[in-house]
Design a binder for this molecule. Sequence first.
Ligand SMILES: [Zn+2]
Length: 315
Amino acid sequence: MKQTTYGEIEVCDAHVHFFSHHFFEKLAGLAPSTRGTPDPVEAACQVTGFDPPGTDPAFLADRWLAELDLAGVSRAMLIASVPGDEASVAAAVWRHPDRFVGAFMVDPTHDDTEARVRRAFDELGLGVACLFPSMHHFSIAESDGVRAVAALAAERPGRAVFTHFGALSVGIRSKLGLPSPFDMRRSNPFDLHPVAGEFASTTFIVPHFGAGMFRETLMVAELCPNVMIDTSSSNRWMRYVSPPADLASVFRQTIAVAGASRLLFGSDSSFFPRGWNGTVFDAQIEALADAGASADDARAVLGGNFGRLFGEQES
Ligand SMILES: [Zn+2]
């Protein structure tokens, strides 16, 4: 439990990146500054200033657990943040199943998408398939792979599909000097509308209030009750809105359109030594209070909805 302006609240974080050894290895193997060095992961950590994750994902899982304990955070969704890294986050979930929900990035343009996601859900016990259409150059509306993923999630309780829209920047790629050949034409939440309509029993999660596509996100959320919105990150996209939005009005408007039951608190924490990003939490709880959110609404956003979606904690 975490002490807040709303009193003691159970906080669950629906957006934490799990920067595993495999994750570093993949990016470091691509970056000109680190590839071909004797230890590319070590070199990448030096370039970025991030702590080495350790080769055993259990080490990183324990570090995150200690971090959540320190912050008073009950549970977190850990995201394997390159395709093919399901095993790392699965190891973390197996180690602390009552504290972590596993999520994994998948590129649905690959032929093995259905088999990979089925295995992640059924054998590895992961909860959320994460799609990045602008990164992997596909349309959420038109991809057969996306439909396969949505169908698999529909058949299984406690599973969801995360769909990233709007602005996408990956800090570690920039730090490593890796280009980011993304395509923002794939980033419109309207692409989710036909899929969320067809797979009405699948829960879809749109992060960062749509990351600049706020209006479109609200429109789709109003039409599709199976669309949830995560609040994560510092929401720098608010600078794109004219006049610039403030977080309190973003919360107020989202709760008015979609209801508090469809918001998932997220911090977008990712690396050590920073660890869990309490600054984001502090800003969000202040914004909730400024927005006039009730204590029940705050409890739902900060942890209750997470428990409803993924199942309550067993311990
Ligand atoms: Zn993120």
